[in-house]
Design a protein around this ligand. Sequence first.
Ligand code: GTP
Ligand code: SPV
Ligand code: MN
Length: 616
Amino acid sequence: MTATSEYTAGLSGIKHPGLVQWVLEVASLCKPERVQVCDGSPAEYNEMIRAMVQQGTAIPLNEEKRPNSILVRSDPADVARVEDRTYICSRQREDAGPTNNWEDPEKMKAQLRDLFAGAMAGRTLYVIPYCMGPVESPLSKVGVELSDSPYVVANMHIMTRVGARVLERLGVDGEFVRGLHSVGAPLEGEAADSPWPNSKTKYICHFPETREIWSFGSGYGGNALLGKKCHALRIACVQARDEGWMAEHMLIMKLTNPEGVAKYVAAAFPSACGKTNLAMLVPTVPGWKVETLGDDIAWMRFGADGRLYAINPEAGFFGVAPGTSMESNPNALLTAASNSIFTNCAMTPDGDVWWESMTATKPANLVDWKRRPWTPQSGRKAVHPNARFTAPSRQCPVIAPEWESPAGVPIDAILFGGRRAKLVPLVTEAFDWQHGVFLGATCSSETTAAAAGAVGSLRRDPMAMLPFCGYNMGDYFAHWLKIGSTEGAVLPRIFYVNWFRQDDAGNFLWPGFGENSRVLQWVFDRCDGKANATDTAIGRLPEPADLNTSGLNLAPGTLEQVLAVDKAGWQGEIEPIRKHFAQFGDRMPAALSAQVDGLEARLKAGSCCCGSKHGK
Ligand code: GTP
Ligand code: SPV
Ligand code: MN
């Protein structure tokens, strides 16, 4: 067993006594072989890759095809976030609310201490000081992840800012989020290590009141890269509530019109519903330009001018691989052309990666994500549907030059959305902020492979934050309303979009992807009072003539179909929405319950599609 003094030796570079003490406490509990403080250097990144290659976790890809990149295959039992193993441990159960798993913090920690005891035997405990957001930005926050996974260290290098400059920002007494992570697979005796160590027992636990995260048993994505969902959403949204800002599951994009005027748009869609696609979209409308600032998380705070300024706390993209192609998202593919980590993708005979829809013709043979030989005749998918690439944002061909601006960018419009095969129109503008919060609070979407569990079942996913809200969602709605009533606020307009409406045969009605620029143009012009909208019971909609459709080849009637407001269908939403809101009991803001009454009244009050022209 290693003595504490040996652990101390490795920590001499840390000037923060509170951090040193915590690392020593964790080390004496988890009993790692050694402790290593990460400096974020390329040498350290290479060391992690080497360690993973040696252990059989990673395969280096062909240097000519995919320079400085690796393929990693996980345990087939550890492939996505585990929402049923994710806990919010606030002192009061009501503060976690009905949408989160809850346990008393002390009880949970007692249980976790037993699991973490000796859990890092034979492994290195990496101390990963990271910054969410540019290190010099006042909007950024520091965290430290203690992990026994080199895969986590390498991914954190790409996804966050790691190293000495973060420790410098932290100083001797700076605040930081404490994240403890173990794959939960101690190395005992002579037994060989597994290529993807993990544990059947998994716990992803958050202690929002003490800004702590304890994650045990999984090495994958949002379960293990604690800066992402655990810190930048679940803990940060609690800090944001306390400090008057917002931490949201949103992409950030810059939209420039042919006259050279730029606006910034943030958009919240549930996991695997198209944030990465929209963030990097290639517009089909001539003269328009889209640039990317972020594809998953936005932190927003009021500036002195009353506008909401957003930063992307991340430094990389952890994007869904299958479906990503030069047709659907060339910019994502080009971002991951080098210096990237591919997880649960397939490998080609010449040492590159492949996934479904990457190329029109499937390779004649592959090694699939489960390390088995694969041919197009195999009759199964070659990659896991939640296979992902980790790629540095700075490599994105359309990264906005100001993506690391310490001040952030002023947001003009917020979009909510989800996958809805029926009912929900292509785009709807909220009447005002409160109505917009109502649209966000009632967001619903068919589930995807980003989380373990059934795919395709409809669930309410308010503001796309259902799996990521670290406190009572009723209070979270109230926080949104409070933001909207801030003195002197110049608020973004709010819209609701749905690219996924289908016909009765199950075909997407709207072509989506680059064609979504037509909807963005309408959104942009609405912000400037230059586009028409018509009031309907559910919000303000464009009529077919209000959208730029030049060059768009849609079957006659299709546009009418995607913009249709099906009154009877919407009446059928009223009861489910009331039920959805009722679960929050007295934490549910009355203003939102009043919105349901308003919607019901408008639906009853005669025609909804021939409502008043709202004009510009
Ligand atoms: P997380 O990283 O999980 O938070 O998700 P994300 O929102 O970034 O997901 P991503 O952009 O990777 O979602 C990709 C999925 O959305 C794929 O299944 C795409 O085919 C689909 N998708 C994206 N844009 C469109 C669109 O305009 N139309 C249709 N029909 N599908 C789309
Ligand atoms: C999501 O599921 O929304 C993701 C991927 O962005 S993960 O980091 O695994 O949470
Ligand atoms: Mn996400």
